[in-house]
Ligand binder design. Structure first.
Ligand code: DQA
Length: 143
């Protein structure tokens, strides 16, 4: 059994209506409901915030409780060194999820501040399915 913290960053509360050609039509509530349906015996805490510091506070608050984190940092991906430091300090496994393939979009999106962190892997461009894949892989990952 694992405790998994799932964090959605800025503007992801608008999923479903926000640039659907890029991010799809599934709402954040639908994604979260599906994540809960996949959790099995594991425990999930899911939060969304439009604020960098709030996301960092969640990482700190749940750093002992969580065995792993799934995070889509939204645009913070590309410039938040404070978020990178919080994820680095977490040490345990982290999966960075992006609905779109950031490497194939505008050049400012190509870089992720989480790149190179030894505890962090990523799933790109699979839409909402990327979150489900991340959860399944953490659940099935041995300790
Ligand atoms: C995103 C990609 C980011 O560049 C963008 O700012 C987002 C969403 C994604 O899921 O594809 O807000 O993280």
């Amino acid at each position: 059994m694992k405790n998994i913290l799932i964090l959605h960053g800025p503007n992801l509360n608008l999923l479903g209506e926000r640039e659907p050609a890029i991010y799809g039509t599934t709402t954040l509530a639908e994604i979260n409901t599906h994540l809960f349906s996949l959790k099995d015996q594991n425990d999930l805490r899911i939060f969304q915030s439009n604020h960098e510091g709030v996301l960092i506070d969640y990482i700190h608050q749940f750093r002992q409780w969580a065995d792993a984190i799934i995070i889509n940092p939204g645009a913070l991906t590309h410039y938040s060194y404070a978020l990178r430091d919080a994820i680095a300090a977490f040490v345990k496994p982290v999966i960075e999820v992006h609905l779109s393939d950031i490497t194939k979009r505008e050049s400012f999106r190509h870089h992720s501040v989480l790149e190179g962190l030894p505890n962090c892997s990523r799933i790109l461009g699979k839409g909402a399915a990327g979150y489900y894949e991340a959860l399944q892989s953490l659940i099935h990952q041995s300790e």
